[in-house]
Design a protein. Structure first.
Length: 238
């Protein structure tokens, strides 16, 4: 594998097999020998059929799943952190400072307001309270979430409204790397356009993106490279 110029993330030789403990310890191979890189300012999109392992690769890159083999090198100033080998404390620190994640679902503490959820992500990345709330308000405005909803907990929101809070929280830290797992799935066209604009703006500032987009128009608008995960199928590479 030849890394991208000025690499932000370098994945090499990545394997993942799940053990199904409720089914007698049966082993389910998912991906094998995954290799790719993401440069600063680049958007790399994972594609392939359902079950190919796209989301598993994202979760390994974020440190939510442990890899069975291989390396996940994340740039940290003048060095690289191997997320595949890092301890839990270092992974949490990398998430705070370097990489953010937006899933398809919003998981938050109940009764916390939408504005405070987003502001907390900005505070966690190092902003002072006032600046964090200003960044949260700016993101929620850009994502067309009505201001009357900001003081309310997102559990009361529609799916699309919840996802906009989720996206705002993911972007609030202004991380070097953003990992996006189908962030626009529940959004209408206007709000998909708002997300595309946010991503384009962050890329222009040097952020890298590793993403899954099922929307063909979004993928075409953003992807510098599309990687077919099918070629890393554990069966195909066995």
């Amino acid at each position: 594998m030849t890394p991208s110029p000025d690499p932000l993330l370098v994945v090499d030789g990545l394997d993942k097999t799940f053990t199904l403990h409720l089914h007698g310890g049966a082993r389910l191979p998912v991906v094998s020998r995954v290799a790719f890189s993401v440069a600063r300012g680049e958007c790399v999109v994972l594609a392939g059929p359902s079950g190919a392992g796209k989301s598993s690769i994202l979760r390994m890159a974020y440190g939510a799943y442990r890899a069975d083999a291989g390396s996940i090198l994340l740039a940290d100033g003048g060095r690289f952190i191997d997320i595949a080998q890092a301890n839990a404390r270092d992974v949490v620190d990398a998430r705070r400072r370097i990489m953010g994640y937006v899933s398809q679902f919003l998981r938050v503490i109940p009764r916390v307001s939408a504005l405070n959820i987003v502001a907390a992500a900005a505070r966690n990345a190092g902003l002072e309270a006032e600046a964090a709330r200003a960044r949260a308000a700016s993101l929620l405005t850009r994502l067309n979430l009505p201001e009357r909803l900001w003081p309310l907990p997102p559990a009361t929101f529609s799916g699309g409204e919840q996802q906009r809070v989720n996206i705002a929280r993911g972007f609030a830290g202004e991380h070097d790397l953003l990992i996006l797992d189908e962030p626009t799935a529940s959004l209408d066209a206007a709000n998909r356009d708002a997300v595309v604009a946010l991503i384009a703006e962050r890329r222009a500032k040097g952020a890298g993106f590793l993403a899954i987009f099922y929307d063909d128009d979004v993928r075409a608008s953003l992807a510098d490279r599309v990687i077919d995960v099918s070629r890393f199928s554990a069966k195909a590479t066995a």
